[in-house]
Write a protein that binds this ligand. Sequence first.
Ligand code: SF4
Length: 346
Amino acid sequence: DEPLLEVENLQKHFPVNKGLIDDLRVRLTGAEKEYVHAVDEISFDLYPGEALGIAGESGCGKTTTGMTLTKLHEPTGGSIQFRGKDITELDEEDLMEFRQNVQMIFQDPFESINPRMTIYDTLAEPLEIHDISNKRARVARALEFAELKPPEQYFEKYPHELSGGERQRVAIARAIILDPDFIVADEPVSMLDVSLRAGVLSLLEQMTDEFGLSIVYISHDLSLLRHMCDRIAIMYMGKIVEIGPTEEIIDNPKHPYTQSLINAVPVPDPEMGRERVELEGEVGDAVKIPTGCRFKGRCSEYVGEVCDQVVPSLNQKSDIEGDRRVACHLYESDEESDPEVALERD
Ligand code: SF4
């Protein structure tokens, strides 16, 4: 099978906005402008029908990755190919096709649903944009699929008249109405009441099975990804530090960061009805990127100079079998992790 999506060395940096005076200082003194390294040279493929999970703490670049894949952000480096075409270089016709084929479901359905539009108009709008006929029947079918029944009862309602779970179902109906091939779901249940999550998750599963679409599923919750995904990528400070088949990642994590994520118990936040993962120490500064391994300040396995000086590569030859890749010096051959050899190579 050809991959649906090929991501190569994808990078998204945002300029740090410190205001006019700082801009002036940069211009007058020639000082370097600072950037947040939200996503830093990540690469992976996604195959038709595949579900890939992206996990990591908040601020590790998961959402920026999702938004770049769906072209809501433009990358600052690297490339994303969708069906063999670079998505930054699409002509108008290909761009329309891309917009039809690629959809995003957000954590907060209010981000994707206009509060001033009825549910019917919300769902009919994409059909209008793409000049697709038979709107009424299509809207009804999408609502029915999302188990908002009978659909006609929802046509004239506004988002505020629905529960949080119903709103997320509307967002799902809107995502599938154009019959896409690829969906990014960014924490789609984390704002829902715990009692509603299972229903929305099984709807998402049904959606991928029934329409054979590929999905990138972003979540801090590995137990949820275990259930939903074929493969999992772990991100830390803008980089993928480990990627592989779900069972291997969960049952036998290799990267020290993956190990601590798996051992972390999600902390409930009763006020928000949400959970967070909390690890010891803080995610490093995404502006002043440290030398060597980005996880070194929190790593219990730290092996010295090589961790301090040499960026561990995900593409390195490691002694781990199968499809798994790990960016950590612990898994390199002796020669590769020899600081002198590694520094020279770098
Ligand atoms: Fe820890 Fe070194 Fe591996 Fe980084 S490269 S995760 S510091 S052992």
